[in-house]
Design a protein around this ligand. Structure first.
Ligand code: CMP
Length: 147
């Protein structure tokens, strides 16, 4: 699998509940490293573009409105199999289906307000990272001495 980078968003519901640290702590304890991070309040156009793949889905407008309802914390996580690891620690998209002890099982209220977003594969991770970060904003820790 090798070392990978993936995008994580702590969504407005989790930020409102003061869970930024808790979410990042769980991912760090899982072996992932934060190599870039910023808090932003997304503009409507940004949220629309980021979730453009869901444009035809019935939940698209609600999703965009939710994502601009408050600030989010967007991070790049790096590590062995980071994409799958992040998804494992987050739990299933629908908190009702999320395994016990996962972020979404513990903190998400519904599939719409589900606390976190994570890239679902290598191509998505690359696209999503480039959407929010310039290469200069990323501090990779891929050197062996950091692990
Ligand atoms: P996320 O991983 O951010 O990707 C798209 C989001 O749409 C998803 O998390 C959910 O919060 C939201 N969503 C709402 N309804 C659905 C659905 N039926 N299937 C998938 N995602 C949904």
């Amino acid at each position: 699998m090798g070392k990978e980078q993936t995008l994580l968003i702590v969504k407005p519901d989790a930020v409102r509940k003061n869970l930024i640290g808790e979410v990042l702590a769980r991912l760090e304890k899982g072996g992932l490293k934060v190599v870039a991070s910023k808090m932003v309040h997304l503009k409507e156009k940004e949220a629309e573009e980021f979730y453009a793949i869901h444009r035809e889905r019935p939940f698209y407008r609600d999703l965009v409105n939710f994502m601009i309802s408050g600030p989010v914390v967007i991070s790049i996580l790096e590590g062995e199999g980071a994409i799958a690891k992040n998804r494992e620690i987050m739990g299933a998209t629908n908190p009702k289906e999320a395994a016990p002890g996962t972020i979404r099982a513990d903190f998400a209220d519904s599939i719409d307000e589900n606390a976190v977003h994570g890239s679902d594969g290598p191509d998505t991770a690359r696209t999503e990272i480039a959407f929010f970060f310039t290469p200069q904003e990323i501090c990779p820790r891929l050197k062996a001495r950091d692990y």
